[in-house]
Design a protein around this ligand. Structure first.
Ligand code: CMC
Length: 373
């Protein structure tokens, strides 16, 4: 007897429309609201991309100035949020800290139950503005350093680096960081975005949806891969050891982090742009050895498995060169993807249907509790 077809992992199953982004694995393209992501990375800032994802159009000069002023006004962290972060043990992963901080912000925001688009936009902009403070507060407390207050004379990425390291960042570094934020911002119905949409579909609130999305992003098959790439590089050491390390890892059936993709089978559309940014950072920090290792593992993986890198592969070493702790890489992904998540949350809310699929039961046949005594 033939049962219903199961689409394990929902692979290849379209579940709804979206106007936020389009992934086309055939042409290897990714469009945000119609614009190729490579063009956006080359010509606009991450703030403009956030505006585009939320409002559907790029801002004109007046709209951008208003938007930037609004974002800059929300960058600070309340004492209460800092106090709760301080209570979290240092053994906790930074993703658990970010997840908790977003939850605390949601729990103390009187606007939380208001699910109008305007209220949701307010919340999205506040989270977008505060995430750099959350991520850098945690990284600095782990380094036993004081929090660096945000600066409202700097753009998003320059301020992020300022808060992380307490030094005015150089233009080349700001630009490479901004490119990474733009590339990470949105990617259709990936696992974390879908999680956010599932939560939104029950008419829960935006913060709950973002908290759930952070949980989904943490895993190494999704956002956790950028951190895992760096751990692999640390294990390998130098370029000449890459092929042997890979053979051993594959013999032990290990997944090689930063390679492969559910949707792209001929290469991730975002990789060339991120790789250019990595190469600029390699020059800037004079670390050709890191690029050699990058190329050696990529080449060996191509030869052994024919599997190509995804965005996390060039992003991990780029963040490493900039001076971020490896365990902070996935929180950086959160800071960016919160824009895409919240765009999807608002889209889901605007044309909602409860997301509730079916399962096919394969447990024991009906049976009965034995009568005791
Ligand atoms: N290392 C080793 N083998 C791999 C890898 C990899 N990274 N990716 C795919 N394969 C193999 C896999 O073992 C399987 O082989 P076989 O058919 O012999 O069992 C085949 O390729 C198909 O893989 P799959 O896991 O069934 O494919 P999927 O569509 O379920 O997986 C993936 C996609 C991203 C989960 C997977 O490629 C993977 O685990 N990659 C490593 C983690 C990673 O880099 N994730 C980041 C994804 S993109 C950015 C993001 O969202 O953060």
């Amino acid at each position: 007897e033939q049962g219903p077809v199961i689409y394990k992992g929902l692979a290849g199953v379209p579940v709804d429309y979206t106007a936020v982004s389009k992934v086309n694995p055939e042409t290897n393209s990714l469009l945000y609201r119609g614009y190729p992501v490579q063009e956006l990375a080359a010509s606009v800032t991450f703030e403009e991309v956030a505006y585009l994802l939320w409002y559907g159009e790029l801002p004109d000069d007046t709209q951008l100035a208003e938007f930037e002023e609004r974002e800059r006004g929300h960058r600070g962290l309340d004492h209460e949020v800092k106090r709760i972060i301080d209570e979290i043990p240092l053994t906790a992963h930074p993703m658990d800290v970010v997840r908790t901080a977003v939850s605390v912000i949601g729990a103390s925001d009187p606007q939380t139950p208001d699910d109008s688009r305007e209220a949701n936009l307010d919340k999205a902009i506040r989270l977008f503005a505060k995430l750099p403070s959350i991520v850098t507060y945690d990284q600095r407390r782990r380094r036993e350093l004081e929090f660096v207050e945000p600066r409202d004379d700097l753009g998003y990425s320059a301020n992020f680096l300022w808060q992380a390291f307490g030094e005015a960042p150089e233009f080349a570094v700001v630009n490479a960081f901004d490119v990474s934020m733009i590339l990470y911002a949105e990617h259709s119905f990936n696992a974390s975005t879908f999680t956010a949409r599932v939560i939104t579909s029950t008419l829960s609130d935006l913060y709950s949806a973002v908290v759930g999305a952070i949980g989904a992003l943490k895993g190494p098959l999704h956002g956790g891969a950028n951190e895992a790439v760096m751990h692999a590089f640390d294990e390998i050491g130098t370029a000449d050891a890459a092929a042997a390390w890979l053979d051993d890892a594959l013999a032990h059936k290990r997944k090689i982090m930063g390679f492969g993709h559910r949707v792209y089978k001929h290469g991730d559309s975002r990789v060339p742009t991120m790789r250019d940014a990595l190469e600029r950072m390699v020059e800037h920090y004079d670390r050709r050895d890191l690029l050699e290792l990058y190329v050696a593992l990529e080449t060996a993986m191509g030869e052994r498995k024919g599997i190509l890198p995804n965005l996390d592969y060039p992003a991990g070493p780029t963040y490493h060169l900039m001076g971020f702790d490896t365990i902070t890489f996935t929180p950086l992904f959160v800071a960016s993807r919160v824009t895409g998540w919240t765009a999807h949350i608002m889209e889901q809310a605007a044309s909602n249907a409860l997301i509730r699929p079916l399962s096919v039961y394969n447990g024991p046949e009906e049976r009965h509790v034995p009568v005791k005594g």
